[in-house]
Design a protein around this ligand. Structure first.
Ligand SMILES: [Zn+2]
Length: 287
């Protein structure tokens, strides 16, 4: 695992597994609130994030996930009390497949003999409108649509730290990929949105690969746009992995996305009646 401070209020932790990125973000003020976006994978890394937050003065009282793939959902293993905020579509996905992240985590742990002190409990999760905004004291984070890799997903722009957290896009270590609820077309639409955001950023946190500078992110963005237009894969990551991913992409090159189920609000397991005070949410008003 490695940790990198991008800004006094932003620390990125990169897991030794798949280089999965997690970001500690802090707001301004006397007793600033903080949240964790995504998660590292290994128990020792999750403990390290808890300690890093404590020693760095990040009072984490909320979690966010860029999308609902299990390896991004482990934040509660580091902060068991913190509510998890997710894209409404992620909430729908989690609701329609209860227990799936836990099952996939168990499979991973069994394969690699990983022992965890406690099983994963997602607890209360809070659906967020996407696009939208998150208030953090006097700062606002922008939430943009990040669907495509999966049918759900959000991109987070932190203007005060000029940091963009993109989820599973722009990775220098893996090719683009999409599941049955995403598509190449949706993926390209998110790349188009990122093309407007990345030039404003100093740092871009990619879902796999840690933090990269905006020049590097733009280089990967160009490569991915070319790849998804022309079908010629850039050389990236371990060759056998890239080869298998490219083959999977070709098999789904022109497939259309299977829609995610609608979020059934009343049946949401454990959802709070009102958003917790620490995550002040309101719909995005572009005007
Ligand atoms: Zn991922």
């Amino acid at each position: 695992m490695r940790a990198l401070s991008l800004h006094p209020d932003v620390i990125v932790v990169t897991s030794s597994v798949w280089q999965t990125s997690a970001t500690l973000v802090r707001g301004p003020g006397e007793q600033p609130e903080a949240f964790l976006v995504d998660s590292p994978v290994l128990p020792v890394e999750l403990d390290a994030v808890t300690n890093l937050a404590q020693s760095g003065g990040f009072d984490v009282n909320g979690l966010l996930a860029t999308h609902a793939d299990w390896d991004h959902l482990l934040g509660r293993q580091a902060f068991p009390e913190a509510p998890l905020g997710v894209d409404e579509r992620s909430a729908a996905r989690l609701q329609s497949r209860i227990g799936e992240p836990q099952r996939k985590l168990r499979e991973f742990d069994q394969q690699w003999y990983v022992e965890r002190a406690v099983p994963l409990a997602l607890g209360e999760f809070q659906p967020l409108p996407v696009p939208g905004r998150l208030e953090l004291g006097e700062h606002e984070a922008e939430v943009h649509d990040g669907a495509g890799h999966t049918g759900d997903g959000l991109v987070l722009w932190l203007p005060w730290a000029r940091t963009l957290i993109v989820g599973d896009y722009l990775s220098p270590v893996e090719l683009p990929s999409w599941d049955e609820h995403g598509s190449r077309e949706m993926y390209r639409a998110t790349l188009d949105r990122l093309a407007l955001l990345v030039p404003e950023a100093r740092w871009v946190v990619v879902g796999h690969g840690g933090a990269v500078g905006s020049d590097e992110a733009l280089r990967v963005l160009d490569e991915d746009r070319d790849y998804l237009a022309g079908g010629e894969p850039p050389s990236r990551g371990p060759r056998s992995v890239a080869k298998a991913q490219h083959a999977a992409n070709l098999a789904a090159w022109d497939s259309t996305a299977v829609p995610l189920p609608e979020l059934a609000e009343l049946a949401l397991p454990g959802a709070p009646a009102a958003p917790p005070a620490d995550l002040d949410v309101r719909p995005h008003d572009p005007s």
